[in-house]
Design a protein around this ligand. Structure first.
Ligand code: NAD
Length: 356
């Protein structure tokens, strides 16, 4: 067993950063525990073809801190952490690799739970789970929570309605032009809900089969991936990539409301101010897309279905509160949300310096 765990110096505000290597199994990975102030750290594992170790380290740090925000805001009694595996998910996956990763996760003794993220499937996680009790997001087992995407989509849809009420004076979406970018697991489910609610869908995806299906079954208009910001729309729902909202793209955005599932939609924090200046209501991604982690948290806590239903319903009321405070105090919605997270952590008895 050539599993090697190297404890790295974690940056200020972080609890642990560990580099993991198993040469025989072809595993190179990082696990970062950002905060366990509210409970064990939970956050998915991403497999990505990082060009360098440094790139992977930067990503795991950013993602782990984001999970502390998301989990705290969703009231899950969980901290934030994340893991990344270096490699091409199309060609570098082996059972040995995921077993070695599982052994590494077990060594954290429950201070960190892993789950699926980009590049990792429930089948991969099932292999990890043969080596550790701290793998969740599973398809099978007594408390298995399965695919989190429908719950993410439901949370986003409910928040979008709250946003519509705030911006347009009504949550009736009939005839509202909503652009859904990315028709994957979450985007497709969201598009179906919007269609059922009477919205006029505009869709964009690099996958033409998904776009054609949306045209045929949901009556959606197609928008080329590079023409998203040229559309006349009421609502923009980013459900594909992070970093989509930049100073440049926001200057061209016609929508008055942004509400979508994609993580890290703002390329940099100052874009939130640009959106506010343009009178466009941005609903913070980590608040609206928490449905998936709520579903996974039910598995961690071995809770019944009411755990998920209660917390899912709270997402939309929390967003309503954020909108109200942001308007009253003339702050961006992200500033309000970040301050709420800081208060939650402080109330837990220990003030944790959150990494931005
Ligand atoms: P997915 O991989 O199933 O879907 C992503 C879709 O985006 C794919 O259809 C892909 O073809 C499309 N896409 C890629 N590049 C594009 C481009 N340039 N323009 C338009 N479309 C493009 O992913 P998902 O699980 O649906 O997640 C979508 C987003 O939501 C991701 O950012 C993810 O991190 C975030 N998220 C997902 C969940 C969840 O429960 N799945 C939870 C929280 C956040």
């Amino acid at each position: 067993m050539a599993l090697k765990l190297v404890e790295e110096q974690a940056p200020a505000g972080y609890e642990r950063l560990v580099y993991i290597e198993d040469e025989e199994a072809g595993l190179r990975a990082f696990v970062c525990v950002h905060s366990t102030v509210l409970g064990p750290a939970v956050g998915g594992c991403r497999m990505w073809n990082y060009a360098t170790l440094e790139e992977a380290r930067t990503d795991v740090l950013r993602l782990a801190a984001g999970m502390t925000h998301k989990n705290a805001m969703a009231g899950l009694g969980l901290g934030g952490g994340k893991s990344v595996i270096l490699g091409d998910p199309r060609s570098d996956k082996t059972e040995a690799l995921f077993r070695a990763f599982g052994r590494a996760i077990e060594s954290f003794k429950g201070s960190y739970y892993t789950a699926e993220d980009v590049g990792i499937s429930p089948e991969d996680m099932a292999v990890v789970a043969t080596q550790t009790a701290y793998a969740v997001g599973l398809d099978h087992g007594a408390h298995a929570s399965g695919d989190p995407s429908p719950f993410t989509a439901e949370g986003v849809f409910q928040c979008l309605k709250v946003g519509a009420r705030a911006v347009f004076g009504s949550d009736d979406l009939t005839g509202r032009r909503v652009l859904v970018q990315g028709l994957g697991h979450v985007g497709w489910s969201l598009a179906e809900k919007l269609h059922a609610a009477g919205a006029q869908l505009v869709v964009s995806d690099v996958n033409t089969a998904a776009v054609e299906k949306a045209r045929d079954t949901l009556g959606a208009e197609f928008c080329a991936p590079d023409a998203v910001f040229a559309q006349q729309i009421d609502v923009f729902a980013p459900c594909a990539l992070g970093g989509i909202l930049t100073h440049d793209s926001v200057a061209r955005l016609s929508a008055k409301l942004v509400c979508g599932a994609a993580n890290n939609q703002l390329l940099e924090p100052s874009v939130a101010e640009a959106l506010l200046e343009r009178d466009c209501l941005y609903l913070p991604d980590y608040v609206v897309n928490a449905g998936g982690i709520i579903s996974v948290a039910g598995e961690v806590h071995r809770a019944g279905p009411e755990y998920r239903a209660d917390r899912l319903a709270q997402i939309a009321s929390r967003v309503g509160q954020i909108i109200e405070i942001s308007r009253d105090q003339h702050k961006t919605t992200t500033q309000v949300a970040d301050e709420m997270v800081a208060d939650i952590l402080a109330a837990a008895g220990k003030v944790t310096q959150l990494a931005s």
